[in-house]
Design a protein around this ligand. Structure first.
Ligand code: ADP
Ligand code: MG
Length: 252
């Protein structure tokens, strides 16, 4: 293993009730990699992120995050789950949501101190949401809520950011802004973003993998039509006339 491996999975297998969700996954993510993982619904994308977080223990295989078992590195990992668990009516401010991201550092019962508040302010500033700190989370647009949840993930000053289907709640007008934010963040941390939406991954990531129980990854941004077809288990033409950026597909 090299020192720059932020994530390393070797021959990782996960099953639920005897059915494989991940088979023999091998993956290495280096510092400042921005990896996009695409694959159909049910392909195991959320499961893979949970393995990296240490929330799911693989049946077989080895996982290290920043050179340690995932649970030990969790403080250095920011996670934006697939769907936020906030009811829109739940009365909680953006500021409180972001501070919750400090739990890993303060522990549940400790009070927030100056460093926590400074970190929250910095995180909100980075996502351009400081002006909304006092707003109720339920009053925000989908894109603004997404920014608040990213701020919550950033407030622990992570070295790795995991984003599960982050564009689902961002309307298309906000997507460019969202990717600009990620482009800035990747200067400071590694990012893994998973999505069923091929277009969402598009030109912004540096590397692309395809996941459908098995992972197809060659450490580059190149996906062949064969790999896409194997991942989505349907003729690639069906997918390819959509909004796949052409530079993702290798000429052949
Ligand atoms: P994706 O995020 O790509 O949609 P998931 O990782 O959520 O895929 O799920 C992969 C497979 O594992 C699916 O078939 C799903 O039904 C199954 N699965 C996920 N979580 C559980 C669970 N907690 N219990 C049983 N099956 C699960
Ligand atoms: Mg998922």
């Amino acid at each position: 293993m090299t020192d720059s491996d932020v994530v390393r999975l070797e021959h990782v297998w996960v099953s639920y009730n005897g059915t494989s969700a991940l088979e023999d996954i091998n993956l290495r993510v280096a510092e400042h990699d921005f990896l996009g993982i695409i694959g159909p619904n049910g392909g195991g994308k959320s499961t893979l992120l949970k393995v990296i977080l240490g929330l799911i223990q693989p049946d077989k295989g080895m996982v290290t995050v920043l050179g340690n078992p995932p649970v030990k590195s969790r403080c250095s990992v920011g996670y934006v789950p697939q769907t936020s668990h906030f009811s829109l009516d739940f009365p909680v401010s953006v500021w409180d949501v972001v501070l919750m991201g400090r739990y890993g550092r303060t522990g549940l019962l400790k009070r927030y101190g100056r460093p926590d508040k400074d970190a929250a302010q910095k995180a909100l500033m980075r996502v351009g949401m400081l002006d909304h700190a006092g707003a109720q989370i339920g009053d925000l647009s989908g894109g603004q809520q997404q920014r608040a949840f990213i701020a919550r993930a950033l407030v622990g000053e992570p070295r790795l950011l995991l984003l599960d289907e982050p564009t689902a709640s961002v309307d298309s007008a906000m997507q460019t802004e969202f990717y600009e934010l990620l482009a800035n963040l990747k200067k400071e941390m590694s990012i893994i973003m998973v999505s069923h939406d091929i277009g969402a991954v598009s030109v912004f990531v540096d590397k692309i993998a395809c996941l459908n129980v098995q992972l197809y990854y060659h450490g580059s941004k190149e996906i062949t039509p064969e790999i896409l077809e194997a991942t989505y288990k349907c003729p690639v033409q069906l997918i390819a006339h959509g909004d796949i950026p052409h530079r993702v597909l290798r000429e052949h």
